[in-house]
Write a protein that binds this ligand. Structure first.
Ligand code: GDP
Ligand code: MG
Length: 436
């Protein structure tokens, strides 16, 4: 996959020490191939490589003490740029009820996303109403109603075959039933066609949505971009919900959409459960793609589940890359608590690989915990103290091999190093052209 490919390219660069122009050109060719194979739109790839290459060929980069690291940082930065740079949160306007309309092809995940959005709004103390405007398939309104029942959200389904009428009535229903946000689920078609576009336009004209979100299926690859471009031209929309990110999509759609349509991804959906809708953060996604793990999301999920247990202090130390083994132990506890261990372990560096091989086991977490518990408090706070004899003592205490202890320390050091490299995120951000 893309992550593995890029990591391979980077470790090649790291192995080199000094980098020449040829090395950069070679790496850029490889990155270009990797992106194309991941189904990233070729025009997007072209611009990406051009920008990245220009920055990497800067004398300041090539002659620095750590050229490979600088190259990786530049790639990370350009990837973040590609994905949209800034977080684009769901912002509700002041109009009540606020109206969100969903558009997209049939099967893209609109109805599912409508329910997930409603669920999210519910968590944020809103009173959403779902409106079923897919009048073509009788099962469509049933599906929305079932989902609404599951999460305890009212669904307006109306009668007849006129989606514009149902949408308008839905808004009145929201007013009557004191809902503050209306989510309009519309009908898609298997392909972009005139009827679908006209219908979406008509609903839009009638209800004047505060925002229109387009739902795209991440698994569609290249085609995502064409569909989104067609919608952008006809109906226009404000942002994208990328669904089915849990599938084995190659990532091309997510990487292309912002550049091609100018519309940011706002949410990613990765599952069928109502709570599997995440806000999209370009920087985190870029790190995830580069295999740097998504520690911030990990910390956030941990914090969400048991806010008070995740000490603010520990989180801050992590950010500042002054992580110690106690924090590491804390992270482990959080991972365990979340039940869905595999999902979160996948967010850790190297986690994806372990997962695809089905190797995520809790016993590894157990072992890590026992080992850290066998250390003195001082050792946990200053892992540098852990010399050979201390490691042997810890192994004996924990009833494991010294190599197991080494493994924990190695994993810890990797995490720490990764954070040190990438947490101070403002390095080289603004593209100010060549310096000096
Ligand atoms: P619509 O035709 O655009 O309304 O699409 P639906 O919401 O009905 O979704 C089509 C199918 O995709 C359904 O079987 C959903 O359960 C499934 N689906 C939607 N979103 C996701 C997702 O994020 N992950 C996975 N795995 N399946 C999804
Ligand atoms: Mg639907």
């Amino acid at each position: 996959n893309l992550s593995e490919r890029l990591q391979g390219i980077f470790s090649g660069l790291r192995g080199k020490g000094r980098l020449t122009e040829d090395d950069i050109n070679q790496a850029m060719r490889e990155i270009r191939m990797a992106l194309l194979e991941a189904d990233v739109n070729f025009k997007v790839v072209k611009t990406f490589i051009a920008n990245t290459k220009e920055r990497c060929l800067d004398a300041e980069v090539l002659e620095s003490l750590t050229p490979a690291q600088n190259v990786i940082k530049i790639v990370l930065d350009e990837l973040t740029e590609l994905l949209g740079r800034t977080d684009s949160k769901l912002v509700l306007g002041s109009r009540i009820p606020n109206v969100i309309m969903l558009v997209g092809l049939q099967g893209s995940g609109k109805t599912t996303a409508a329910a997930k959005l409603a669920y999210r709004l519910l968590q944020e103390n809103h009173q959403p109403l779902l409106v079923a405007c897919d009048v073509y398939r009788p099962a469509a309104a049933d599906q929305l109603e079932t989902l609404g029942d599951e999460i305890g959200v009212r669904v307006y389904r109306g009668e007849g075959k006129d989606p514009v009428k149902i949408a308008t009535e839905g808004i009145q229903d929201a007013i009557d039933s004191l809902r503050d946000v209306v989510i309009i689920d519309t009908a898609g078609r298997l392909h972009v066609d005139e009827e679908m576009m006209a219908e979406a336009e008509n609903i839009k004209r009638a209800v004047k949505p505060d925002q229109i979100l387009m739902v795209v299926d991440a698994m569609t690859g290249q085609d995502v971009v064409n569909v989104a471009a067609a919608f952008a031209e006809r109906v226009d929309f404000d942002g994208v919900i990328m669904s089915k990110m849990d599938g084995d999509a190659r990532g091309g759609g997510a990487l292309s959409i912002k550049q091609v349509t100018g519309k940011p991804i706002k949410f990613i959906s990765s599952g069928e459960k109502p709570d599997s809708l995440e806000e999209f953060h370009p920087d985190r996604m870029a790190k995830r793609i580069l295999g740097m793990g998504d520690v911030v999301s990990l910390i956030e999920s941990a914090a969400k589940i048991e806010a008070e247990e995740m000490e603010a202090e520990a989180a801050e130390r992590m950010m500042r890359a002054q992580l110690n083994l106690n924090d590491f132990l804390d992270m482990n506890k959080q991972i365990r608590k979340m039940g869905g261990v595999s999902k979160l372990v996948a967010a850790l560096p190297g986690g994806d690989k372990a997962m695809s091989q089905g190797q995520v086991d809790e016993s590894a977490l157990d072992r890590m915990e026992v080992i850290i518990h066998s250390m003195t408090l001082q050792e946990r706070e200053k892992p540098d103290l852990l010399n050979g004899s201390r490691r042997a003592r810890i192994a004996a205490g924990a009833g494991v091999q010294v190599s197991d202890v080494n493994q924990v320390i190695k994993k810890f050091n990797e995490t720490k190093k990764m954070m040190k490299q990438f947490m101070p995120a403002d390095d080289g951000r603004g593209r100010k052209g060549k310096k000096g």
